[in-house]
Design a protein around this ligand. Structure first.
Ligand code: SAH
Ligand code: SF4
Length: 392
């Protein structure tokens, strides 16, 4: 990636550039889409209509908990208010293009995101919980060397309604759990895009995820995964303090500069202190470090030793992710033996380490395989992008 694109990607300017594109999901014509509005904004909207704040709370519950897709089903609002709302507001969820179900029960949805493009979400059912992996951007500008989304380039940020709409759609379409609980019990921002590069729309989506009037998830059950946009890690710690996962993938700057190019803007010696500050703000709950296992690139025992050296004595756990190949990728997955030895070495050095089980790879739903349909409007990819990364 050219350095200037990286610098832009790491600042708020990047968000301003795509503000126009996200407007369309927030409003169409003069009607405000209520799906992405958190409580304070919805209360302000009802105040403008001359209505009491509790109307906002009723409408939130109708949309996010009671599956309403029209105002006329909201029977505890007066007929006049329902008619007024239909004139000035709407309830618009992203359109679904396809749904695929894996042999292991994983479900992948493709959502339309305008101009022939699409983003993906993946639902992973497990005993005792249902995790929804959601997208935050159409593509991604950060161009990590091993990522299918990065390979597609960046088009625009998703609006808050498009982010939370993925959760809304999943709960409306999946069977409820025993005890009549909603299907989605955990949400991870590990689909397409870099959530901290779309901070403006991430915040209302997080607000709705944890609000008792919408999804009511505990902060522990909502995980933002980032490749390391340091200033926004600090902001998130102050604003929402949900669980944090950091895509580390390399134990030193030389290798990380090549695998995760945003490292050239926010290197490891800035990233890790930001993680420890974040952990302190949330009573030292652990930060998860994701580490994709790339054969002969970052999977040596020397790498494990250096990694343990960085994280030991900090509130950190490592999640090893076997690399998931995609068409055109230049890497191979480390062997199960190599992953096992790497994990053992970390554990022997005193670091908590687990290996992520690959789910949904038969439908292209595994980590890093999500590619949706994106037309890049930010840059031209470097033709020799990965040259020199494979060391063996
Ligand atoms: N942009 C954020 C969140 C989306 S990516 C981030 O980078 O953290 C979610 C996770 O999938 C990240 O840890 C990412 O590094 C990992 N990933 C990307 N491509 C992958 C691949 N091909 N195989 C396995 N994991 C991959
Ligand atoms: Fe973007 Fe995350 Fe993929 Fe990197 S790994 S290109 S930050 S989506």
């Amino acid at each position: 990636m050219p350095e200037n694109a990286l610098a832009v990607a790491a600042t708020d300017n990047y968000e301003i550039g795509s503000r126009m594109a996200t407007q369309s999901m927030a409003t169409s014509g003069n009607r405000l889409n209520l799906v992405g509005q958190p409580q304070d904004r919805l209360e302000a909207f009802f105040a403008q209509l001359g209505e009491k704040p509790f109307r906002a709370r009723q409408v939130m519950q109708w949309i996010h908990q009671r599956g309403a897709d029209r105002f006329d089903v909201m029977t505890d609002l007066s007929t006049q208010l329902r008619a007024r709302l239909a004139e000035v507001a709407e309830i618009r969820l992203p359109n679904v293009i396809s749904e695929q179900v894996s042999t292991d029960g994983t479900v992948k949805w493709l959502f339309e995101s305008g101009a022939g493009q699409a983003v993906e979400s993946v639902f992973i059912p497990e005993p005792g919980r249902g995790t929804l992996c959601i997208s935050s951007q159409v593509g991604c500008a950060l161009d990590c060397a091993f990522c299918a989304t990065g390979a597609q380039g960046f088009n625009r940020n998703l609006a808050a309604a498009e982010i939370i709409g993925q959760v809304c759609h999943a709960n409306r379409n999946l069977p409820r759990r025993p005890g009549n609980e909603e299907a989605v019990t955990n949400v991870v921002f590990m689909g397409m895009g870099e959530p901290l590069a779309n901070y403006r729309n991430l915040l209302p989506a997080l607000d709705l995820l944890i609000s008792d009037l919408a999804y009511g998830l505990s902060r522990r059950r909502v995980t933002v995964s980032t490749s390391g946009i340091v200033p926004h890690i600090d902001r998130l710690g102050d604003d929402f303090n949900v669980s944090l996962a950091v895509s580390l993938h390399a134990p030193d700057n030389d290798l990380r500069d090549r695998l995760v190019p945003i490292n050239r803007v926010h290197p490891i010696e800035q990233l890790l202190p930001a993680c420890w500050r974040y952990a302190e703000k949330r009573s030292n709950r652990f930060i998860t470090f994701e580490y994709v296992m790339l054969k002969d690139v970052n999977d040596s025992l020397a790498c494990a030793d250096r990694l343990a050296g960085l994280l030991l004595n900090h509130p950190a756990k490592i999640n090893l992710i076997p690399f998931n190949p995609f068409p055109g990728s230049d890497f191979s997955r480390s062997s199960p033996d190599a992953i096992g030895r790497f994990q053992d070495r970390l554990r022997r050095r005193g670091v908590i380490a687990t290996t992520r089980r690959t789910r949904g790879d038969d439908i292209g739903a595994a980590c890093g395989q999500l590619a949706g349909k994106v037309s890049d409007r930010v840059r031209t990819r470097l033709s020799e992008k990965n040259k020199g990364i494979v060391t063996a």
